[in-house]
Design a protein around this ligand. Structure first.
Ligand code: SAM
Length: 384
């Protein structure tokens, strides 16, 4: 894995900037991550896990997927236990899909038999990794492009998809908005230029009812709004479960967040400079969960649950599963290592427990009492 930028990609982007007299940040990020041959997600490389650039919850431990499978199982029951489709978009190395499918096969045979698991994945490299990991479930799994996805009944699932969508970067100046463009500096490297908004960002923030404060930088994920509408159009009946790091708009655009949330990841270190290591680092931005809920509500997706990952996982039986796993080893060091690993998923400050949020929306399913809404006091703890 290189510590230098991908010069072929950097040259391509450089030519685009010359030809178009600068490109907006969303175009720049889209090219860095998804250029068809050279983009970070499109090339053969290890991205997720110890040898890669970042961990995701599903790569931390199979327990994450097993808890999600409990929620999916209840969704299936709520919908009458018939044929059920799970669509997962942006499945990475396939950890989440594998853990859900393993668990359903072992614990919910009837659902497993009725299940079609469809993966929508943009990266050929990730599709290959997913197919390898899912070798024992190939009867249940199919892949398709976003535009090929047929209308379905079931659950649309994503984990860390939205944070990887190209975002527009904006600064609030004198009450109005300026959009960030990527240009070339005198020495030929990539630089930034603010240009007056053409009206698109003003319209967006008017619609949202929140915006970055005067003098602050922030992001507008317009692609996420289009995505939400497409998801709603494909889902005939069922649920949308979106997992990602982010905040409600009020918190995302809070006065103290002066520089927005763009973050880059390379070999497990983070930086705020998207212009270095072009094509060799992940670029992300925190998700605006208010925008997702608002866009969804406009197209028939009712918000059913929104909460932090630790609450969600606890309600789905985190402690019960942890105790079962611990009971399966008599080695004290192994049990301690397991606890350390799993703590990551729920720790509010240092871990993923609070920064990650879970949003469940529903279409044609009423207002069911979801398993993830269980109160901690109502959760039985084995042996107590
Ligand atoms: C950060 S990874 C998600 C990891 C994975 N969900 C997990 O639990 O480990 C982002 C994933 O989204 C995929 N992706 C990004 N944009 C996409 C799109 N428009 N359609 C399908 N997949 C996309 C990437 O190729 C990658 O697999």
């Amino acid at each position: 894995m290189s510590d230098q930028q991908n010069s072929q990609l950097a040259d391509y982007i450089s030519r685009q900037i010359d030809e178009q007299n600068g490109i907006d940040f969303a175009t720049f990020m889209g090219l860095c991550l998804y250029h068809p041959d050279q983009g970070y997600y499109m090339k053969d490389r290890v991205r997720i896990g110890k040898q890669g650039d970042f961990f995701t919850s599903s790569s931390v431990h199979a327990l994450f997927g097993s808890l999600i499978s409990a929620q999916i199982r209840q969704m299936w029951e709520l919908m009458g236990q018939g044929v059920f489709t799970v669509v997962e978009q942006g499945a990475g190395d396939g950890h989440l899909a594998a853990d859900i499918l393993d668990c359903l096969r072992d614990e919910a045979a009837e659902l497993y038999e009725n299940l079609s698991y469809r993966i929508v994945e943009i990266s050929p490299d990730n599709r290959r990794r997913q197919a390898e990991r899912l070798i024992s479930h190939l009867e249940r799994v199919t892949w398709c492009a976003e535009e090929e996805l047929a209308p379905f009944t079931g659950c649309f699932l994503s984990n860390e998809l939205i944070d990887a969508m190209p975002i527009h970067v904006v600064e609030r100046r004198n009450g109005g908005f300026q959009e960030l463009f990527v240009v070339k500096t005198e020495d030929g490297s990539f630089g930034e230029e603010l240009r007056p908004d053409c009206g698109m960002l003003q319209d967006y923030f008017d619609w949202l009812g929140q915006a970055p404060c005067e003098g602050n930088r922030g992001e507008a994920n317009l692609a996420a709004i289009d995505w939400m509408k497409k998801v709603a159009a494909k889902l005939e009946k069922g649920f949308v479960l979106t997992i990602d790091y982010g905040y409600p708009a009020e918190e995302l655009y809070a006065p103290f967040r002066r520089n927005g949330t763009v973050m880059c990841y390379h070999k497990h270190s983070s930086n705020e400079d998207p212009y270095r290591l072009v094509g060799e680092q992940d670029i992300t931005a925190h998700v605006d969960f208010t925008a997702l809920q608002k866009a969804g509500a406009e197209v028939g997706l009712q918000p059913l649950y929104f909460g932090e990952q630790y609450q969600f996982l606890m309600a789905l039986g985190f402690l019960e599963r942890l105790m079962q796993l611990q009971a399966s080893t008599s080695d004290q060091r192994e049990a301690a290592a397991l606890r350390m690993t799993l703590k990551n998923l729920i720790m509010p400050d240092q871990g993923m427990g609070s920064m990650f949020k879970m949003l469940v929306q529903g279409k044609g399913v009423g207002s069911p009492e979801l398993l993830c809404q269980r109160k901690i006091a109502d959760i039985p703890i084995p042996g107590i």
